[in-house]
Design a protein around this ligand. Structure first.
Ligand SMILES: [Mn+2]
Length: 424
């Protein structure tokens, strides 16, 4: 399904007066509004191919119908999102769930929707049909060299697929670890993993980055071989200049200070990318900002401060991606909500009075520090986010338009109620 431009324009005309009223007020409150709007226009968040179908849990999966049945249809869905919000201009593929039959044709299709290919993701956390060796006891860490070799070869194959598509980064997330004390020699598991990563790293083209994602637990419940940011940092530091740590918000122990982690990784020049989601208990993969919007803002505050300190380009120097999957929402509506929450937190962070904050910090004026941060967080910047969308050619209210146009109903008609997305 394609969204014609005139439908977006006509929706925008319908709600323009209300938008302009809110915008006028926000402009009177936010001095640097113009520069915030421009930064929002430039900011793009990649959509993972596995978030387009209904996410399941280990207990069940309740498909909402009209899910994309092929890579082509996944690209179509991200194209739909992008035409609505003009902020989802990239797709992140998961190999082998999304191996293109014809890379050139897929590239052309993506370009027609204004999409680029973000990081490609390898998968050694499942066994694939016809695979020689099993990853039951880990992949890159495995005590068996032949199994490690198979996992290394898979990652190199993913890099090759990515090159074909014009991607420039590989994300490695390992489920490697152990479920019981004594099962693993931690040091040997680390060394095997490092050696394996070194072989993968050696296959990276010069202009590529390798992102090493960490996770505290699950599916292994005693130890994880890349378990936290310190462990990831220790690997990527040894690998070289093209290797970075990737932060997934849901991959921390409860109450971890993620904003501090982000700040220090940026300081070390080793923060590479981000996976957005929200959680209450563990890796819940809920909609970004659904539970802890203040934490999301605090993270963005450190991102903006840290990137500016290093003279980095906010839009292009880090990889931004959503990593969430849903059982009870329409996945496309959910992704629109996530992107909106991310944009809002980013806009609020851009509104923080950094000079005043620095002075207050130097004077140990703790009360003033809190006032400055919370003033930015409590300022309603939604009109700036909407204005950025409007200027970029998107819809003022993407979810309302999505519902008015009955997009899901159309997709169900086109693809069927029982269509199940490949992947999760
Ligand atoms: Mn992730």
């Amino acid at each position: 399904m394609q969204l014609e431009k005139y439908k977006i324009q006509s929706h925008n005309e319908d709600v323009l007066a209300g938008h302009q009223r809110k915008l006028a007020y926000t402009l009177s409150e936010v001095e640097n509004a113009e520069s915030i709007i421009q930064k929002l226009v430039d900011f793009q968040i990649a959509i993972p191919s596995w978030a387009l179908g209904t996410g399941g849990t280990r207990f069940g999966r309740f498909s909402g119908g009209g899910e994309p049945r092929s890579l082509e249809e996944k690209i179509e869905d991200v194209g739909l999102l992008h035409s609505l919000n003009q902020a989802s201009g990239a797709i992140s593929l998961h190999i082998p769930w999304d191996i293109p039959q014809n890379a050139q044709a897929i590239k052309v299709l993506a370009a027609q929707h204004g999409l680029k290919f973000d990081a490609v993701n390898s998968n050694t956390f499942q066994d694939q049909p016809n695979q020689t060796h099993s990853y039951k006891f880990g992949s890159l860490q495995n005590v068996n060299k032949a199994i490690r070799k198979q996992a290394i070869d898979h990652n190199i194959e993913v890099i090759k697929q990515g090159i074909e598509l014009g991607s420039e980064s590989l994300t490695v997330w390992l489920s490697d670890g152990s479920c019981f004390p004594g099962q693993l020699n931690f040091r040997k598991a680390y060394q095997n993993t490092l050696e394996s990563l070194e072989e993968i790293y050696a296959a990276l083209p010069d202009n590529w980055k390798l992102f090493l994602e960490y996770k505290c637990a699950e599916p292994n419940f005693y130890s994880t071989t890349v378990g936290d940011w310190g462990q990831s940092y220790s690997y990527v530091k040894k690998l070289g200049d093209k290797a970075f740590t990737l932060v997934d918000l849901g991959h921390h122990l409860p109450n971890a200070n993620i904003e501090q982690i982000v700040s220090l990784l940026l300081m070390e020049g080793k923060l590479g990318g981000f996976h957005f989601n929200d959680s209450k208990y563990g890796d819940d993969d809920l909609t970004a900002g659904a539970l802890k919007p203040y934490q999301l803002f605090l993270i963005f505050n450190e991102l903006v401060e840290g990137m500016d300190a290093r003279g980095m380009n906010h839009a292009t120097d880090l990889g931004w991606m959503i990593d969430a999957s849903h059982n009870v929402k329409d996945p496309l509506e959910d992704l629109l909500q996530s992107v909106e929450a991310i944009m809002t937190a980013y806009a609020q962070a851009l509104f923080v009075d950094k000079k005043a904050l620095e002075i207050a910090q130097e004077e140990n004026d703790v009360v003033r520090c809190q006032e400055i941060l919370q003033n930015a967080f409590r300022t309603d910047v939604r009109a700036l986010v909407a204005e950025a969308r409007l200027r970029a050619g998107g819809a003022l209210n993407p979810i309302a338009l999505y519902r008015n146009l009955k997009v899901r109903e159309n997709l169900i008609q086109e693809r069927g109620l029982k269509a199940v997305s490949t992947g999760l």
